[in-house]
Design a binder for this molecule. Structure first.
Ligand SMILES: NC(=O)c1ccc[n+]([C@@H]2O[C@H](COP(=O)([O-])OP(=O)(O)OC[C@H]3O[C@@H](n4cnc5c(N)ncnc54)[C@H](OP(=O)(O)O)[C@@H]3O)[C@@H](O)[C@H]2O)c1
Length: 233
C-alpha cells in the first residue's frame, strides 16, 4: 500500500512543488485547492507514467464547515494518511487599516483550516503510531512587519498551534514541524523587494520536507526557518 500525503494549496507555487516531489518519491497524493482546472493539471502531471492514483479535492478553506466532511472523503478514498502538509495560504497586505472581514478570511485559511485538517488527520496517525504534519507558516510567523499585521497574526497563530500539537503528539509517534520561509518565488511574493532569483525557490522547501521525512523516527524537528541570503529586514 503506498504512503499517502495530503497537500493543501497543491495547485500552484510551493504546494505544487511539494505534491510533485512527494509523488516522485512514491506517495499517493490528495491535492486540495479551489481551482479545479489548476488541480486537474497538477494531478495529471503527477500521475504521468506512475500508475498511482492521486485525488483532486476542490475545497475553499475559508468555508471551514466543509473541511471535516472533505477530510472524511479523503481518508475514505485513500485509506490512510502518512503526511499532511498544511500549505494553502492567503496573503492580503494590511495592518490596522485592513477591514476586519479580510482579517477573518486570512485567519480562516491560514489558521482555522490547518487546525481542522490536523483535527481530522491526527487520530488516524496516532492510531497507526506514525505520521508527519508539516505546517507551512512563514518568516512572518516569527517576526512582525509594519503594515502586515493581519497576515503576521495568522502566521504567528499557526506557529503557536503547530508547536502545541508537536508537544502533544510527539510521543504518540507523530511528528509536527512548522516551516517558516522568507520570500519565496511564487505568485504570492508579489511584494518582494528582491528579484525572483534572489529569493527562496519552491524546490528549496520541497527539499526541506524530503530531509525531514528521511530522519529516523527518534528525531523531532519542531521548526525550520529559511531566510533569503539578502534578507533586508
Ligand atoms: N511565497 C512566499 O513568499 C511565502 C513566504 C512564506 C510563506 N509562504 C506561505 O507558503 C504557502 C504557499 O504559498 P505560495 O507562495 O505557494 O502561494 P500561491 O502561489 O499563491 O499558492 C497558494 C496555494 O494555496 C491555494 N489557496 C489559496 N487560498 C485558498 C483557499 N481559500 N482555499 C483553498 N486553497 C487555497 C491556492 O489555490 P487556489 O487559488 O486554486 O485555491 C494555491 O494552490 C502559504 O501558506 C504562504 O503563506 C509563502
Amino acid at each position: 500500500m503506498p504512503r499517502v500525503a495530503i497537500v493543501t494549496g497543491a495547485s500552484r507555487g510551493i504546494g505544487r512543488a511539494i505534491a510533485t516531489g512527494l509523488a516522485e518519491d512514491g506517495f499517493e497524493v490528495a491535492l486540495v485547492a479551489r481551482n479545479r482546472a489548476d488541480l486537474d493539471a497538477a494531478a495529471s502531471d503527477l500521475a504521468r507514467g506512475s500508475g498511482v492514483s492521486h485525488s483532486v479535492n476542490v475545497l475553499d478553506l475559508a468555508d471551514t464547515a466543509a473541511i471535516g466532511p472533505a477530510m472524511d472523503g479523503i481518508l475514505t478514498r485513500h485509506g490512510r494518511v502518512d503526511v499532511l502538509v498544511n500549505n494553502a495560504g492567503a496573503y492580503t497586505p494590511g495592518g490596522l487599516d485592513l477591514p476586519a472581514a479580510e482579517l477573518e478570511t486570512m485567519l480562516k485559511v491560514n489558521l482555522v483550516a490547518p487546525f481542522l485538517f490536523m483535527q481530522a488527520a491526527l487520530p488516524p496517525m496516532k492510531a497507526q503510531g506514525s505520521g508527519h504534519v508539516i505546517n507551512i507558516a512563514s518568516r512572518a510567523g516569527k517576526v512582525g512587519f509594519a503594515g502586515d499585521g493581519a497576515y503576521v497574526a495568522s502566521k504567528f497563530g499557526l506557529v503557536g498551534l503547530s508547536e502545541s500539537v508537536y508537544r502533544e503528539f510527539s510521543e504518540a509517534g507523530v511528528a509536527v514541524t512548522s516551516i517558516c520561509p522568507g520570500w519565496t518565488n511564487t505568485r504570492l511574493a508579489f511584494g518582494s523587494p528582491l528579484a525572483p532569483d534572489e529569493i527562496i525557490q519552491p524546490a528549496d522547501i520541497l527539499e526541506t520536507i524530503r530531509w525531514l521525512l528521511r530522519l529516523t523516527p527518534a528525531v523531532r524537528i519542531r521548526e525550520v526557518m529559511l531566510e533569503c541570503r539578502r534578507s533586508i529586514v
